[in-house]
Design a protein. Structure first.
Ligand code: NAD
Length: 484
């Protein structure tokens, strides 16, 4: 099903659902990750070992199901996800204080519509003089999934669909700051499973996830694959676990705009992408390198589309608020780190911190900086977009590649020059490269292709889907079954 909801339609549905809830929000439930409005959440355990046991039972149940039955469960997950998208979006924003309800609603609908199911699992056959060899995509067993605070329920549901389609059980160690939202999504998958005739507990989670519960998950013999969606620290930790792991890590996506681009469209696209869910998606535009001869026009187009331009003095003031000194307790080294009080906040809220009051029509803060400015170098995950003027394509590519920091995550370009587009794509080597569109086109929102909220650059699976969570097994039949 195509994604064709307008923002106005989404706002309308969100308002209607929240009204029907009678004002019930996560705040009312007091961030109790075991219940929602008095209803006990299914699949949430106090002890990680119990959660792994439940996921193991879920895995055994899936193994006993036909593909058709598995697909029925996935269809039910999609339907519930679509129906309860506004509830999860509202929960996510209320619990984490990050992002926008209408955009989070759209993200859930995207997950429901464009996450591949069992059709993604295909068999390869090779026939020849010796007979037939099949290669099948088999489940791992129980998958241990670590999920972020930025797209909490989206990631739980997207990973659940793919991992279940592949025939796995799943246990989650969600981000502690988004635990009520993440566990709501775990419960949703289990409710869908029961509705579709599947096991009552198909996927599991814990009441209070910690680094210790993650370690139990890493070491448990039933957990055969670890999938980690988060920042550099946690990706490093799963990759050193000694188990097969998929790492979906940080990005800092640069955008190049050259003087052949449709500047009007580029200005709108960049602000649409950068301000989507207040810049929380890891693929969102984080810094712009604009050709000097079109920079003024580009800035003006951005301003027509909800961008507010601040001066370099105001940018310096804002930088002191959104980036704070944090001392590493082990090494004692002090490093500039993003302030969690500012991540994913509305542009108006961030501007108010430096004494500028604007209305809700302002959705992004822009400023001109040099390349070394922390707004360019740090992955802020806030609707703040620095613009660096460049003289030519060589300088643009050189600086954009450096700003991406070798994450090989995502990059964007607005240009009609095929040589420029090709040169940047080759140089930056990112998992996602979006040409002439907002960043979210790269995950299937207004762009072709499936969606995922787990983009595995470091370990190479790319935009993960059901097949990423499988192991290849070969079956050889000698001297028969070649029918030609
Ligand atoms: P985070 O890194 O703060 O946390 C991610 C998860 O890891 C949480 O569940 C956290 O509790 C846990 N964690 C942290 N350190 C750990 C450790 N040493 N051992 C075990 N668990 C640990 O992530 P966040 O702030 O919620 O998300 C933002 C980051 O994630 C950004 O860097 C963003 O780019 C990245 N991200 C990447 C993708 C992708 O698909 N590549 C998707 C979403 C977010």
């Amino acid at each position: 099903m195509a994604i064709n909801w307008t923002e106005a339609q989404i706002e309308e549905v969100v308002a209607a659902v929240i009204k029907n809830l009678g004002g019930a929000t996560a705040a009312k439930s007091g961030w109790d990750s075991t219940q929602y409005n008095g209803r006990r959440l299914i699949g949430v355990y106090a002890d990680m070992n119990d959660a792994i046991d439940a996921a193991t039972a879920g895995y055994k149940a899936i193994r006993a199901m036909s593909l058709e039955e598995r697909e029925k469960v996935i269809t039910a997950v999609r339907e519930l996800c679509r129906k309860e998208a506004p509830i999860m979006a509202n929960l996510g924003v209320t619990e984490t204080k990050m992002g926008r309800v209408s955009h989070k609603t759209a993200k859930h609908i995207l997950v429901a519509d464009k996450t591949p199911g069992t059709a993604d699992i295909v068999c390869q056959a090779k026939t020849g003089d010796f007979g037939l060899t099949l290669t099948e995509m088999a489940p791992f067993g129980v998958v241990g999934s670590i999920t972020p605070s930025t797209n909490p329920s989206e990631t739980v549901i997207c990973n659940s669909i793919g991992m279940i389609a592949a025939g796995n059980g799943v246990v989650f160690n969600p981000h502690p700051n988004a635990i009520a939202t993440s566990n709501y999504a775990v419960d949703l998958v289990n409710r869908a499973s029961a509705m579709a005739g599947g096991p009552k507990v198909l996927v599991a989670s814990v009441v209070k996830p910690t680094l210790d519960t993650a370690q139990i998950m890493y070491k448990h013999p039933n957990v055969r694959l670890l999938v980690c969606t988060g920042g550099p620290g946690v990706v490093r930790s799963v990759l050193s676990s000694g188990k097969k792991a998929i790492g979906a890590g940080a990005g800092n996506p640069p955008v190049i705009v050259d003087d052949t681009a449709d500047i009007k469209k580029a200005g709108k696209d960049i602000i649409d992408g950068c301000s989507f869910d207040n810049n929380l998606p890891c693929i969102a535009e984080k810094e712009v390198f604009a050709f000097r001869n079109i920079a003024d026009e580009l800035i003006s187009e951005m301003q027509k589309n909800g961008a507010y331009k601040i001066t370099s003095e105001q940018a310096a003031k804002l930088a002191k608020i959104v980036l704070v000194d944090v001392k590493n307790p082990k090494t004692g080294i002090v490093k500039k780190t993003i302030s969690r009080d500012c991540v994913g906040r509305d542009a108006a809220v961030l501007l108010a911190k430096i004494g500028i009051n604007v209305g809700p029509e302002i959705r992004c803060i822009i400023c001109e900086t040099d390349f070394n400015h922390p707004f360019v170098q740090e992955e802020l995950m806030m609707p703040i977009l620095p613009i660096v003027r460049v003289d030519n394509i060589d300088q643009a590519i050189d600086l954009a590649v450096k700003a991406e920091h070798g994450n090989r995550h995502t990059a964007h370009m607005h240009s009609k020059n095929i040589d420029h587009l090709t040169r940047f794509a080759r140089a930056v080597e990112t998992t996602i490269f979006v040409k002439n569109a907002p960043s979210y086109a790269g995950i299937g929102f207004g762009g072709e292709g499936h969606t995922t909220f787990t983009i595995a650059g470091p370990t190479g699976e790319g935009l993960t889907s059901a097949r990423s969570f499988t192991r290849y097994r070969r079956c050889v039949l000698s001297e028969a079954f070649r029918i030609i």
